[in-house]
Design a protein around this ligand. Structure first.
Ligand SMILES: Cc1ncc(COP(=O)(O)O)c(C=O)c1O
Length: 406
């Protein structure tokens, strides 16, 4: 078979299936009554969304665009979880009327609920509220994901959450039925999830809430043997939740993103050139930092190398800098120290490359790379062809150079 033109992403179905099964099994074993949802923004590749839909996943969306995409791909409207601080009013109403899940996050959404309650006096609405609580009070060693602390949801400590609940409870046909606990953390530790579950219990008790669901959000590790996995997280979460909630009555929702698709996905690149500049070796590759780390936040790129030829006859290099395909100086990925000299044709394969990459690539210099799915029998399916100017020119207009009648 002709080798595939690099760079491209590869999704191994078997590994994806492994993590899907691990998630479902962990939820089933520890709680039983659960909804597995997938965070669409993490990787909204249509093939992937369809694959997860077929496995009964709900789509967790945070924009009208994501909602439309999920619906176009066949997710039932009631299998939508609509989150985020910027909601579209029509989508908000549609999801609620269809019996989907909406987790309120902003002040204007409370106004919308009052309006909906008046407009549809004969309908019953159930909504969730995103909780904002001070994680550093619950887990002293936790470093917040942002210096200022989380900015999403209604604040528990200053009474804003309580006030939101009071506004909803004044509406005869609206039920504050869920708590959404998603909180991004640096540590992704089991303790954090235990503390968040405990917080859900505290809030439910304090405000005498009868909950249809607790949504623990995403933020788990996945695909790494040196880190906790779903079994550890849900054991801890469910231990805390069971202090107050009953699985017969309250659904446990999980909405992972990166942990579900990391193990399965690689980004595969080739060495194009090796340059000697003064005392340095720069290895030029056809992939880029913009493909893997568009937010320029990462410093570590787990990878492995396929050497094109016999390495026993190659010399060792004290330092080789792996560089990307753009003409930006910052497009350098990592340094290889005291190791086999790379030559054109060698392949650098980045592991755990599925989250916040495939769909977050900028259209900078090169467009979106191809994505191939490797089925369990080894055959390949093209889930996305590499973009070229056909895609780039869509919906663009250039002025005609001469007017016919002038
Ligand atoms: C509300 C919500 N749910 C789920 C996720 C998925 O998180 P992760 O990809 O870390 O699992 C995010 C990510 O920020 C989120 O904001």
């Amino acid at each position: 078979m002709k080798p595939l033109q690099t760079p491209f992403f590869r999704i191994k179905e078997q590994s994806l299936q492994y993590d899907i099964s691990l998630l479902k099994q962990s939820l089933a074993d520890n709680w039983g009554n659960y909804i597995a949802a997938y965070s669409v923004k993490t990787n909204s590749l249509p093939w992937l969304l369809n694959y997860l839909k077929e496995q009964e996943f709900y789509a967790e969306v945070v924009s009208k665009m994501e909602y439309d995409l999920a619906v176009r791909l066949g997710f039932p409207r009631k299998h939508i979880i609509y989150n985020g601080p910027i909601k579209d009013k029509k989508t908000f109403e549609t999801v609620l009327l269809a019996g989907g899940y909406v987790n309120l996050d902003s002040n204007y959404e409370l106004d919308w609920m009052e309006e909906l309650s008046r407009l549809y006096p004969n309908r019953h609405f159930k909504v969730g509220l995103r909780v904002n609580c001070d994680l550093s009070l619950l887990c002293h060693e936790e470093i917040p994901a942002s210096q200022e602390g989380g900015r999403f949801g209604y604040c528990y400590e200053n009474g804003v959450l309580k006030a939101a609940l009071e506004r909803l409870s004044a509406l005869p046909n609206v039920w504050a039925a869920g708590l959404h606990m998603h909180t991004s953390t640096q540590s992704r530790s089991i303790q954090v999830f235990g503390a968040l579950a405990k917080m859900a219990v505290t809030i439910a008790k304090e405000y005498a809430l009868c909950l249809d669901y607790v949504d623990m959000g995403g933020g788990y590790f996945g695909g790494r043997d040196d880190k906790p996995d779903y079994r550890d997280y849900f054991k801890e979460i469910c231990k805390e939740l069971s202090a107050y909630f009953n699985p017969q009555k309250t659904i446990l929702i999980a909405e992972p993103g990166v942990s579900l698709i990391s193990r399965a996905t690689t980004f595969e690149t080739s060495v194009i050139d090796v340059k000697d500049i003064r005392n340095r070796k720069f290895v030029v590759t056809d992939g880029s930092r913009t493909n893997l780390n568009p937010l320029v936040t990462r410093h570590v790129y787990p990878h492995h190398i396929h050497y094109i030829s016999d390495t026993s006859v190659r010399k060792t290099e004290s330092s080789q800098w792996i560089c990307g395909a753009t003409c930006m100086e910052y497009d350098k990925l990592f340094e290889i120290i005291d190791d086999i000299a790379l030559v054109p044709g060698d392949q650098i394969i980045y592991d755990t490359a599925g989250g916040y990459t495939i769909c977050l690539n900028p259209l900078f210099i090169n467009y979106l790379p191809a994505v191939y799915v490797e089925h369990e029998d080894g055959t390949l399916f093209t889930a996305r062809k590499a973009w070229d100017n056909e895609e780039y020119l869509q919906k663009n207009y250039v002025e005609k150079s001469k007017r016919r009648n002038s």
